[in-house]
Ligand binder design. Structure first.
Ligand code: HEC
Length: 171
């Protein structure tokens, strides 16, 4: 009896799959919605960096690793589920910042700039995954990878920023 039932369910599922495949194949291909899209790129690069990307990244860097000070050894990693959820959300901002930098009207070229922008998103994804699994070692590595992407792009496009950026992140 049980066997028969599962056979029926299997057949039904097969039928459903056939139906949905036919439904899909008869549809028109999706329209290219991005072609005529306009993006609001009013925020300049300096504003995106200072107002969006840097605050989110700073929280990631301040939430990984350890410090040793007068009061002793202190771990910086989040200690609660909420804490990890918060840093995961900051990592999501980093992921999307990669897209913001790559927007037409913002991207400085279609070459290295795009690679660094994508690198930003990739490092952000790693940080998100590490935060989701509360994996400290992976989270730390993601932070290091993120830092190297920031530095590489500044080096290539605005070496002057590099010095200021280093000073800023040293305190
Ligand atoms: C795709 C290239 C690129 C990446 C990646 C990038 N930056 Fe920038 N950043 C720039 C450019 C270009 C400027 C100079 C903007 C200007 O002043 O016109 C800048 C400037 C800055 C500034 C100075 C802003 C100010 O107030 O003058 C900060 C801070 C900064 N970036 C932080 C970061 C951090 C943190 C990261 C990584 C998490 C990062 N950037 C990743 C291109 C990049």
């Amino acid at each position: 009896m049980k066997k028969q039932n599962s056979g029926i369910i299997r057949n039904c599922m097969a039928a459903l799959i056939v139906v949905s495949l036919t439904a899909c194949s008869s549809e028109e291909p999706p329209e290219e919605v991005a072609t005529d899209a306009t993006y609001n790129t009013e925020l300049n690069m300096q504003e995106i960096m200072a107002l969006v990307l840097e605050p989110a990244s700073d929280i990631l860097w301040d939430s990984g690793g350890w410090v040793i000070d007068a009061s002793g050894y202190e771990e910086l990693y989040p200690t609660t589920d909420d804490g990890w959820a918060y840093v995961r959300a900051q990592a999501a901002i980093v992921v999307e910042s990669g897209n913001m930098l790559a927007l037409p009207g913002r991207a400085m070229d279609n070459d290295a700039w795009m690679i660094y922008s994508e690198g930003l998103s990739q490092a952000g994804m790693l940080a998100m995954q590490a935060a989701a699994t509360q994996n400290k070692e992976d989270f730390f590595q993601a932070g290091a990878q993120l830092y190297s992407v920031c530095t590489a792009c500044h080096q290539a496009y605005n070496p002057e920023i590099l010095d200021r950026f280093r000073e800023g992140s040293a305190d």
